[in-house]
Design a protein around this ligand. Structure first.
Ligand code: PEP
Length: 250
């Protein structure tokens, strides 16, 4: 059985009061007996308070990013040790906004992956094609390169700390969702790649989330596909009721 996961990426939204209020709404209304892992990713400045607020609950707090170096002269950056020091043990890497606006290449991401896994963090590794890639039929090649260059170098035993998030860029924040069939087709392709390049066991046990305009009204259909193990949610994660409706759709 693969883990089912719904993760909310709050991006650069919510000051500390808003973060606290949203989290307390989620904590009050969340299903407590669910096997689904519930993850929230506030901004760096709100991580520590979120960790304290969620202590003893089934809500996991993740960072949205981290630097690949362990420490040093990298003004404005956050290291893996700083995350671990406040009990943040999960990090999102390679979100399309990091790739597009902050120059995160596959090779930088490979370094981030190494640093995070070396320190035993769980990574939610994001990747996905742009609209032009999909329109030209190049989407499978793009996804394969992102995985080969950013992730497939890790050892087989390290995959226990890896969650994948397939996020077609054309579906992020656009209201345009990949159809459940398109999501399933790509997730199945990814699972086959893992089987061929890592192992059948890792392929069977790695959770692959879908991200891109998942909302309460489309979540159930997307999550019903056999290779979709949950979602990475942006806009709809900013309202507790919407986010939890998506959690409950699994
Ligand atoms: C995201 O940013 O990872 C995302 C999936 O956003 P949205 O749900 O708003 O499309």
């Amino acid at each position: 059985m693969r883990k089912k996961i719904v993760a909310g990426n709050w991006k650069m939204n919510n000051d500390s009061q808003q973060t606290q209020a949203l989290l307390s709404d989620i904590l009050n209304k969340r299903p407590q007996d669910t096997a689904t892992k519930i993850v929230v990713a506030p901004t760096f400045v709100n991580l520590q308070s979120a960790v304290i607020q969620t202590k003893g609950s089934n809500v996991i707090v993740a960072a949205q990013n981290m630097h690949q170096a362990e420490s040093g002269a990298f003004t404005g950056e956050i290291s893996v040790g700083m995350l671990k020091g406040i009990d943040v043990n999960t990090v999102i890497l390679g979100h399309s906004e990091r790739r597009a606006y902050f120059g995160e290449t596959n090779s930088i991401l490979a370094e981030k992956v190494n640093t995070a896994l070396k320190h035993n963090l769980t990574i939610i590794f994001c990747f996905g094609e742009e609209l032009a890639d999909r329109q030209s039929g190049n989407h499978f090649n793009v996804v394969e390169s992102q995985l080969r260059e950013g992730l497939f170098h890790i050892g087989e035993s390290q995959w226990t700390n890896v969650v994948l998030a397939y996020e077609p860029v054309w579906a992020i924040g656009t209201g345009e969702t990949a159809s459940p069939e398109q999501a399933q087709e790509m997730h199945n392709f990814i699972r086959t790649l893992i089987k061929e390049n890592v192992s059948a066991d890792v392929s069977e046990h790695t959770s692959i989330l879908y991200g891109g305009s998942v909302k309460p009204d489309n979540a159930q259909e997307i999550f019903s596909k056999p290779d979709v193990d949950g979602g990475l949610i942006g806009g709809a994660a900013l309202k507790a009721d919407d986010f939890l409706a998506i959690v409950n759709a699994i």
